[in-house]
Design a binder for this molecule. Structure first.
Ligand code: KG4
Ligand code: ZN
Length: 351
């Protein structure tokens, strides 16, 4: 089976081609970050319009690089939600129309299932069952993953997502959008333990997160002393440490609570180096292993949509002729994909 996949849920336009046996044949991405930066965040209408401009050229390039055409494809997957509704509709309309014209099945993919399954593209994929920590700009979730489509929520954030906490703190430090990677860079020149920030919910039992208090604490820290370059770096370091420590402690708690020894960390924030180092070291003390997507598949991309789409198409699922797009879509409402579908859709080095 070989499928085309399209992602357009937020500010990345992306197209990928995944082959069951040969792995990832192509993955193309255009990030709209420059377009939105002047506004300090994603402007939904601009995002939709830019997807319309970008998707067809990306599609052509992806098909060309994959050396494939409609006749070789067995289906078209697209992100159907959750996300910005206008942005979702651009990819969904394109994918559904192509599938109709090519007489192929189409499948609407849950964006978070894509993030969760992204590590399956790596040469050493995670075993099932495992615990997953999904940390993106919009979500912070701890999930027990029994299999594809079997997601039991263990805990989530009560307010801001981890990526949002990075972005808001970065904004207070005068860093450009999106602040997560910028803050991580600045934190490298920050000194440890000079600024101390709260670790909300860490002292409480359970697997819930809360990051909104961090923003207020950062605001105070920026006002306490003159905001020199060193002070900004020290604050950045403290923000990163507070978020990383909280995520690590709760993930370990989830491993202990479930008795599982494999942890997937995915979503944009899983690109954070400090998080990866801390998490892997901490999990090792429990005899557990951590699995990450490669860096470029931590943030939004179409390869992960292809993995989820391929698993579901192979299981015989597909959509009717309607265009599916849902701004909100609970992960728990997904159906289980039977068997050990898709343990071997590794990407080839040609990608
Ligand atoms: O998964 P993603 O691309 O989009 C969503 O579905 O939300 O995640 C984007 C989020 C942003 O908040 C961004 O600041 C954060 O991931 N992020 C990072 C890093 N790279 C991306 N946060 C911390 N450190 C990074 N290296
Ligand atoms: Zn995402």
């Amino acid at each position: 089976m070989r499928i085309l996949a399209i992602e357009s849920s937020c500010d990345e336009s992306a197209v990928a081609v995944l082959d069951r046996r040969k792995g990832l044949l192509a993955h193309e991405l255009f990030s709209q970050i420059d377009l939105h930066r002047v506004f300090g965040g994603v402007v939904p209408e601009l995002a939709s319009r830019d997807h319309v401009r970008r998707l067809l050229p990306l599609l052509r390039t992806a098909l060309e690089k994959a050396g494939t055409g409609p006749v070789d494809l067995d289906g078209v997957a697209y992100t159907a939600g959750p996300g910005l509704i206008g942005a979702l509709l651009t990819g969904a309309a394109l994918a559904r129309s192509l599938a109709y014209a090519w007489r192929k099945p189409a499948i609407g993919v849950h964006h978070l299932e894509g993030h969760l399954l992204a590590p399956l593209l790596e040469p050493d994929p995670p075993p099932f069952p495992h615990v997953a920590l999904l940390v993106s700009g919009g979500h912070t979730l701890l999930i027990e993953v029994q299999g594809i489509g079997q997601y039991q929520l263990l805990g989530e954030t009560r307010d801001d997502a981890a990526g949002e906490a990075f972005d808001k703190a970065a904004k207070l430090l005068g860093l450009p959008y999106p602040g997560g990677p910028e803050l991580a860079r600045l934190a490298e020149s920050g000194r440890p333990d000079v600024v101390r920030l709260p670790r909300p919910m860490l002292d409480r039992a359970g697997l819930e997160f809360s990051f909104s208090g961090l923003k207020t604490a950062v605001l105070h820290a920026t006002r306490e002393q003159p905001l020199t370059d060193q002070r900004r770096a020290d604050i950045a370091r403290a923000v990163q440490t507070a978020i990383v420590e909280t995520l690590t402690a709760k993930s370990l708690r989830a491993l202990e609570a479930t008795g599982l020894d494999a942890l997937v960390v995915s979503g944009g924030v899983s690109a954070n180096r400090a998080l990866r180092e801390r998490m892997s070291a901490a999990a090792a003390t429990l005899g557990a292993r951590v699995y990450y997507p490669r860096l470029e598949f931590c943030t939004d991309n179409a390869a992960m949509v292809a993995v989820a789409g391929l698993a579901r198409l192979e299981a015989g699922e597909h959509e009717g002729l309607g265009i599916q797009a849902r701004a909100r879509w609970p992960l728990a409402s997904l159906s289980a994909v039977p068997g050990d579908v898709l343990p071997s859709a590794h990407s080839s080095p040609s990608a």
